[in-house]
Design a protein around this ligand. Structure first.
Ligand code: ADP
Ligand code: MG
Length: 349
């Protein structure tokens, strides 16, 4: 990894800014029909037909959003693309292009940045998006990675956060809480390693949750699935900050309330067992953990037969009138008001 004191590493200052950009981007090819001009000019040129264009951006800061002591740079590159694409899919759009901007200190040799770009390119291929530009600059200490994603959606298919209606079903994809529990394991192993660097961790029983933390995927498949099922959600959001906080976003923007059923929240067995091991409540983790990158949507009751039994979609509650409030209905059938304790990088915790 980057702390490697290995001698045969290439100092990035030996390449200069343009040499570095050239080196990192020379293999990048574009394939999208809408990309007229990619990397190499003052700006990229795109051409879209009569569709809506969606644009979203995220900034990841070392020490705030990622820790390179357990996050391999290749994974970081992959994840920084995926978290942006997730926002595009949450609009019910398809991603087409990304730009990548990095600020990097000379503590990173060229080989480290090659790893980062290998991850970026792998994600770009996997999700079929063109890398069409970016910016490269220096930083005095850490690494910053900012990705902007562009996508398109047929005007009649765009889904906002504000379309939920009372009686709509609340539906989530995949399962929740795994990325957060994966992080707990990685943090714990980091502490163990500090005390005894020779200790070889046995992570076999945590593979799924660690992968969800280090190599999350965005639900492009769901945007396609919704087309196949002929379902247009009434509202949609991606789960980056925890289920609770995202439900509150949908409710507030749509002017509705909601009942969420604890017993319906989808959890992977590894999340349940790891929560038991850490002696924390798995529902709390699903509600507040974050970084799941699943999609949360509301669907009209009429569409229920179309989604019924689909293994990718779980009905976890339903929307109510605004004055009913937003509640978790526990297994013991008590009502607890939903609170947004979502992971927040501005918190000094
Ligand atoms: P400018 O001086 O106009 O900002 P740059 O020299 O920064 O241009 O960039 C030259 C070309 O390389 C542009 O097409 C830019 O989008 C692209 N580029 C710069 N940095 C990156 C990067 N980190 N990843 C991908 N493309 C990049
Ligand atoms: Mg520039």
């Amino acid at each position: 990894m980057i702390e490697d004191k290995n001698q045969n590493k290439t100092d990035i200052s030996s390449l200069g800014e343009f040499g570095l950009i050239d080196h990192l981007t020379k293999k990048i090819k574009v394939t999208q029909k809408s990309t007229i001009k990619g990397i190499g000019d003052d700006a990229a040129v795109l051409e879209f037909d009569k569709e809506h264009i969606v644009v979203t951006t995220d900034l990841l800061v070392e020490g705030v959003h990622f820790d390179l002591s357990y996050m391999p740079l290749k994974h970081l590159g992959y994840k920084s693309v995926v978290v942006n694409l997730s926002d595009v899919y949450a609009m019910n759009a398809m991603a087409t292009q990304i730009t990548v901007s990095i600020a990097v200190s000379n503590r990173f040799p060229l080989e480290a940045l090659e790893e980062l770009y290998a991850g970026i390119e792998t994600a770009a291929k996997m999700y079929d998006v063109d890398v069409i530009g970016g910016d490269t600059t220096s930083s005095t200490t850490g690494l910053l990675v900012s990705v902007t994603a562009i996508g398109t959606v047929n005007k009649k298919n765009v889904v906002y956060r504000n379309g939920a209606k009372a009686n709509d079903l609340l539906v989530v994809t995949g399962d929740l809480g795994a990325a957060y529990m994966g992080l707990q394991i990685l943090e714990r192993e980091k502490e163990v390693f500090k005390v005894n660097p020779n200790n070889q961790p046995d992570l076999d029983s945590y593979t799924y949750i660690i992968e969800r933390q280090l190599k999350p995927e965005a639900r492009k498949d769901i945007v396609k699935l919704l087309v196949d099922l002929d379902v247009k959600p009434t509202s949609m959001i991606d789960i980056s900050d925890g289920l609770s906080s995202e439900i509150i976003h949908l409710c507030k923007q749509s002017d509705v309330g909601c009942d969420l059923y604890e017993e319906k929240i989808p959890l992977d067995p590894q999340v349940i067992s790891t929560c038991e091991e850490f002696n924390i409540d798995s529902t709390t983790i699903a509600l507040n953990g974050g970084e799941d990158y699943e999609l949360l949507m509301t669907i009209s009751q009429e569409d229920f037969p179309k989604i019924k039994g689909n293994p990718n979609l779980t009905v976890i509650g339903y929307m109510k009138e605004k004055n009913a409030g937003m509640h978790l209905i526990t297994r013991a059938e008590t009502q607890i008001p939903l609170k947004a304790q979502g992971w927040n990088s501005l918190d000094a915790d």
